[in-house]
Design a protein around this ligand. Structure first.
Ligand code: ZN
Length: 118
């Protein structure tokens, strides 16, 4: 993650297809993260520099020693189909070998608010 001190609020998405639609079709608050139901070990965290810039998300995987980032993807430049492919590849473990350790901060509070989304 380029933004090492950003706190993310992760929300669940029901299918990879819906996640692809969200990642390509919408500009998200910079503190937004997603997880996919049935795949609790993977997170998509907004790593964009600004809400006006390219929509960049880091893909993270939970391991025994914390999180590793396995990929960084500019979803705003992708079609739905391309985004879906990257999501499915991540879930299939295709990026796992290139993962690098990262420190992330998640806000588990039900009513998240921070300076990025206030
Ligand atoms: Zn926030």
């Amino acid at each position: 993650m380029m933004h090492k001190h950003r706190v993310h609020c992760v929300g669940p998405v029901d299918t990879a297809r819906h996640l692809a639609e969200k990642l390509t079709g919408t500009t998200w608050c910079l503190c937004t993260g997603f997880c996919l139901e049935g795949h609790p070990d993977y997170l998509w965290l907004n790593d964009s520099t600004s809400e006006d810039g390219a929509g960049e998300f880091g893909i993270l995987k939970r391991t025994a020693n914390g999180f590793v980032q396995v990929e960084s993807v500019t979803y705003s430049w992708m079609t739905n189909g391309e985004a879906l492919k990257s999501i499915e590849a991540a879930l299939a473990g295709e990026f796992d070998a290139q993962g690098w350790p990262v420190t992330i901060q998640l806000d588990e509070a039900p009513k998240h608010r921070c300076h990025l989304c206030a």
